[in-house]
Design a protein. Structure first.
Length: 345
């Protein structure tokens, strides 16, 4: 899924650990990443290892660097829910990386406060904003300026199965994403039940769901929402970054359990119903653009009704609570300054 995302930024990985296997567990992923990174770190002997976010790759890469005494810098540090099982395993991944990292780059003041309360020295913490917002602003700027890029995004949306009226912004639509492990089973069944009922209640809207490739997600979603009984529900394969941003930018509403979308949507002025019981991104809730519904069918139905009926107003412009587009520059400048200071000592 990441290959085409990197491609739009002109990036190509030097090394692919090739760890993906069908049906693998978190233990399998952790072991394969740790073993795969060991040889590369021994060969490269980097001055720093930079990790971003809260994935199992993030934690395992930090651990691999720790074993070789390579200093770690953590981008998007300090987010917390207070519940080690929500999001799972991401909450614990972040906490463990915080114990290893030398430099911490939280996106917000609230995330920085979490780190300071946990005993991280203030001189090792810098609020930068989120690099994901850097990417979003760069791409939306290009979409606004480049007609050929907009045409490319439209073509990719149509090729993925998005209806023409939605791709051309001539018919309102609700964008849906979901992949959280803690929702597997009954949680996803409840989400799908809500989507099915919403599609019947709002026949004037399309419901577009790029379905995550995880087999447990796909099996439930296609079993509950597949078939031709709901003509306004579109189950499609995951979208590349370009068409997804284009689709997100014009959605009437977004239903998601994604942390990244919770950050990106406020910048675009989009309302979001979060399909999680807790969030580590509390700043979004304060904008009025984000509501927590969890996997509760009735709460999802209620929040969507507010949005589509006008009771939950949509602002005319976005709220940049997660960054101004310059996080990457701050990260790089701080790391360079840290190295220079260490050399001078």
């Amino acid at each position: 899924m990441s290959a085409k995302v990197l491609g739009i930024f002109g990036l190509k990985p030097d090394v692919d650990l090739d760890v993906m296997q069908a049906g693998q567990t978190l233990t399998d992923v952790t072991v394969r990443i740790l073993a795969g990174l060991q040889a590369h770190l021994e060969q490269l002997k980097p001055d720093w290892l930079v990790v971003q976010g809260d994935t199992t790759t993030t934690f395992t890469a930090a651990l691999a660097a720790f074993y070789q005494k390579i200093p770690v810098a953590h981008v998007e540090a300090g987010l917390r829910t207070g519940d080690i099982y929500a999001p799972w395993p991401e909450e614990m991944n972040r906490r463990l990386v915080s114990e290893i990292a030398i430099l911490h780059f939280p996106p917000t003041e609230a995330a920085a406060s979490n780190l300071l309360r946990e005993g991280v020295a203030p001189e090792r913490v810098l609020v930068t904003g989120n690099t994901g917002i850097d990417a979003l602003k760069w791409l939306t700027g290009r979409l606004n300026e480049d007609g050929s890029l907009r045409a490319q995004a439209r073509g990719e949306l149509l090729g993925a199965g998005v209806p023409v009226a939605a791709a051309d912004n001539e018919r309102p639509y609700v964008l849906i994403t979901g992949h959280r492990r803690e929702s597997f089973g009954a949680g996803f069944e409840s989400i799908c039940a809500a989507i099915g009922e919403l599609a019947e209640r709002y026949p004037d809207h399309d419901f577009i769901y790029p379905v995550h490739p995880n087999p447990r997600v796909r099996e439930t979603v296609y079993a509950k929402l597949g078939g031709a009984s709901r003509a306004n529900v579109y189950l499609i394969d995951p979208l590349d970054y370009l068409p997804f941003v284009a689709l997100m930018s014009n959605a009437s509403l977004i239903l998601t359990d994604s942390g990244g979308v919770q950050e990106e949507a406020p910048s675009l002025g989009r309302r979001v119903v979060v399909l999680r019981d807790v969030t580590e991104r509390m700043e979004g809730l304060e904008t009025g653009l984000i509501r927590l519904a969890g996997t509760d069918k009735q709460k999802i139905l209620s929040d969507v009704a507010d949005a589509l009926s006008g009771a939950w107003a949509q602002p005319e412009q976005g709220c940049d609570v997660y960054g101004d587009g310059k996080a990457s520059d701050r990260v790089l400048d701080t790391m360079c300054a840290y190295v220079r200071a260490k050399q001078e000592r």
